[in-house]
Design a protein around this ligand. Structure first.
Ligand code: PEP
Ligand code: MN
Length: 372
């Protein structure tokens, strides 16, 4: 059961203390507190865990400071959308807003290779009004002899260049607790010139210990990729691990499923699941067309399969795009064949804008017909 309290309730005031007092007297019930920081107000939510079936919802609603009570299903307690309730999980990080209602683009390098390439990428982003990027420093590779990423050695110049070009959020995969510390340390040493969104890759979606560690910190938001060989429910539960540990700034990423039926794409594109995730949870949904499609194959209409996949995701309401670009893909150390070129960035952005406008128009149309 979730108790949504009156906005901006004073945690040291008598109203709140009376409420807690009353709740603590309930038998076999534990209380967990969560705060939602919205644009205009702070919403405090109390999660009652335990024998809630025995509670009378009307009695709870009458308690001081309680605005609304929601009975929740067992599934995705924190991130879930319970009985169609309309709460959003808008969050802001380093000046960038994330929600199920907007769209952020994270174009960048799959793997950091040289400072020159990082700089060329960030300059192109700045020149086209972008404030987010992706930069892989720790690369989980199938083959142990493949390039594993530059790791912590590249972080200082990546962060400094981000600061120089006004990049506010960098999506960066971590595969171990030490990576989170290394990122924090490098940000500190360089004077916090940018922000980082920790990415949990598809190979680690069910690495529960990593999820708990990343979930316990609340400094960085988290992009959790869907596991490529597990059910959607299992991946959503993995996201809930992060939230249950305290970090609700979670974005759920679709990146295609491992299946021979997807060939000749690298993975079976699964962007039709965007509305499903939005219905089941309140997480913003990210699409990764690069790791789903996996090539620069072109359709007869002149558009790349990659462009088509992006448009399919955006027109279905995607909230974030994680996409590989590279200034010189032939020299890229990871995933060169699927990278878009810097010269292709303006085309990409315009194409995304068309799909986004179409999505917004579709939502207006749906509303219009609902009133008839
Ligand atoms: C990536 O985004 O660089 C990546 C490795 O993605 P995934 O975990 O989806 O394979
Ligand atoms: Mn990659």
């Amino acid at each position: 059961m979730i108790l949504i309290l009156e906005p901006n309730i004073d945690k040291s005031g008598s109203l709140y203390l009376h409420l807690l007092d009353a709740l603590r007297r309930l038998p076999n019930i534990q209380i967990r507190t969560h705060e939602e920081h919205g644009v205009q107000q702070v919403l405090t939510e109390l999660y009652l865990i335990g024998d809630t079936a025995a509670l009378n919802i009307d009695d709870i609603r009458e308690l001081p400071g309680v605005e609304r009570v929601v009975r929740i299903s067992q599934e995705y307690r924190v991130l879930g959308r319970h009985r169609d309730e309309k709460r959003s999980t808008h969050f802001e990080y380093n000046g960038v807003a994330f929600s199920q209602d907007n769209l952020n683009i994270f174009a960048g390098l799959c793997a950091v290779d040289t400072p020159e390439h990082v700089e060329a990428m960030m300059k192109a982003l700045r020149d086209h009004g972008q404030v987010c990027t992706r930069m892989g420093a720790y690369k989980p590779r199938t083959n142990p002899y493949s390039f594993q990423g530059h790791g912590k050695s590249c972080l200082p110049y990546v962060f400094e260049l981000a600061g120089k070009y006004g990049i506010k959020v960098i999506a960066m995969e971590v595969t171990h607790e030490s990576h989170v510390h290394e990122i924090a340390e490098a940000l500190e040493k360089t004077g916090q010139p940018t922000g980082v969104m920790l990415q949990i890759g598809t190979r680690n979606t069910q690495n529960f210990e990593l999820l708990k560690i990343v979930g316990r910190q609340q400094t960085y938001p988290v992009l959790l990729k869907r596991g490529f060989g597990i059910t959607l429910e299992e991946s959503l539960n993995a996201a809930e691990y992060l939230a249950s540990e305290g970090n609700r700034k979670v974005i759920f990423g679709l990146r295609g499923m491992k299946s021979h039926f997807g060939e000749p794409h690298r993975n079976m594109v699964d962007f039709a699941h965007i509305p499903v995730i939005k219905r089941l949870t309140r997480m913003p949904v990210c699409i990764d067309p690069s790791h789903s499609v996996g090539s620069r194959a072109q359709a007869p209409d002149g558009l790349l399969d990659l462009h088509h996949a992006v448009a399919q995701g955006v027109i279905a309401g995607a909230n974030m795009i994680l996409v590989d670009f590279h200034p010189a893909p032939a020299t890229a150390l990871v995933d060169g064949p699927q990278a878009l070129l810097l010269e292709e960035l303006p085309h990409f952005l315009e194409d995304v804008a068309i799909a986004r406008q179409a999505y917004e128009q579709r939502c207006r149309l749906a509303k219009q017909y609902q009133f008839i």
